[in-house]
Design a protein around this ligand. Structure first.
Ligand SMILES: *[C@@H]1O[C@H](CO)[C@@H](O)[C@H](O)[C@H]1NC(C)=O
Ligand SMILES: *[C@@H]1O[C@H](CO)[C@@H](O)[C@H](O)[C@H]1NC(C)=O
Length: 312
């Protein structure tokens, strides 16, 4: 416990949960990517096209339908689905149910120029400060916000999942206070990562309150391996706590594992509606989502204060 009354004001501001300084946390020294949504002109209510591109509709061109997961929404770039807010300086993605019963939402990915990979002997940390919708769980059945990474070889191919590697840093469904942390790799079904489930962990107590942000991150660690892929690690973090770790020795497939730890990656932010994950995996009692009670709009949004990629 630090006696805060003895600290200078500048340090107090650093300790305050509202001040989000984006200097890399030790031992990281370099910022490979950062968007904190503070440098936007108030008139630009959209994510900047110098960093992000929208994924639109119901699939990548030539990719699997319904984004490969049977989610039911169509993605748009409409400010009613995706908005950079001012003066809060956040990104919001809001799923909406249209009068016709159709759902819309948004999905954003980093441009190829921001792809990153972990060098031998180095560590990478991909971090965001975010919160998920705070409306009652019954009104969020099937709402599926996610902050995640895909292997860059996916671009333009779209049929090579899960070999390209997928790392789900933070996802949650149906308004539950549960965070899912998942690795997908190798071949499906089955394979090194036990697809379609993947290698996963859940974190309970991931509270959903308005204005309450959580810091979530994943680290790729190639420092302790001495070149041996079995010693390379992935670790997942929530609010400063390491909650899950997987090393190559657990996955036991060099090709599947190194695609994840060594391959080039990109960041995705989206809010899906319905699909295999909420329907089958985490919808207690089962059944199709969304239900007639599921409401979009305010309370179902994902709000993001920043996304950063750091390297040692
Ligand atoms: C947001 O990022 C910019 C760089 O893009 C940086 O200059 C600024 O200090 C950051 N804002 C905060 C509040 O950390
Ligand atoms: C987007 O955010 C701005 C505040 O920055 C707000 O004035 C505007 O109404 C929002 N747009 C939508 C469609 O929600």
């Amino acid at each position: 416990m630090i006696p805060t009354n003895s600290l200078p004001l500048s340090l107090l501001l650093l300790l305050s949960p509202l001040a989000h300084s984006q200097s890399p946390p030790a031992p990281f020294t370099r910022t490979l990517f950062l968007d904190n949504f503070t440098t936007y002109p108030p008139t630009l209510q959209q994510p900047t096209t110098s960093k992000w591109s929208f994924s639109l509709g119901t699939s990548y061109p030539g990719g699997p339908p319904r984004w490969g997961t049977n989610e039911i929404q169509s993605y748009t770039s409409s400010p009613s689905n995706i908005n950079v807010t001012s003066p809060r300086n956040t990104l919001t993605i809001t799923p909406l149910k249209l009068p016709s019963g159709q759902w819309t939402s948004s999905r954003l990915e980093c441009l190829p120029v921001h792809d990153f990979s972990c060098a031998p002997g180095a560590k990478i940390r991909v971090e965001a400060s975010l919160r998920f919708g705070s409306s009652p769980a019954a009104q969020q059945k099937g709402i599926w916000p996610s902050f995640w990474l895909l292997g860059a070889d996916f671009r333009g191919n779209y049929r090579n999942w899960p070999a390209v590697g997928e790392v789900d840093i933070a996802e949650s469904i149906s308004g539950q206070p549960t965070l899912w942390q998942v690795l997908h790799c190798g071949t499906a079904p089955g394979g090194a990562c036990n697809e379609y489930e993947g290698v996963w962990n859940t974190v309970s107590g991931f509270t959903r309150r308005q204005n309450e942000f959580h810091t979530v991150a994943v680290e790729i660690d190639r420092t302790n391996s001495g070149g041996d892929w079995r010693g390379e690690r992935l670790s997942w973090w929530v609010d400063g706590r390491k909650t899950f770790e997987v090393d190559g020795g657990r996955v036991r497939d060099e090709r599947a594992w190194t695609a994840v730890t060594r391959g080039s990656k990109f960041v995705i932010l989206n809010v899906a509606v319905g699909g295999d994950f909420p329907d089958n995996v985490a919808n207690e009692g089962g059944g199709k989502t969304p239900t007639t009670e599921t409401k979009g709009g305010e309370g179902a949004e994902m709000e993001v204060r920043y996304v950063a990629v750091y390297s040692t």
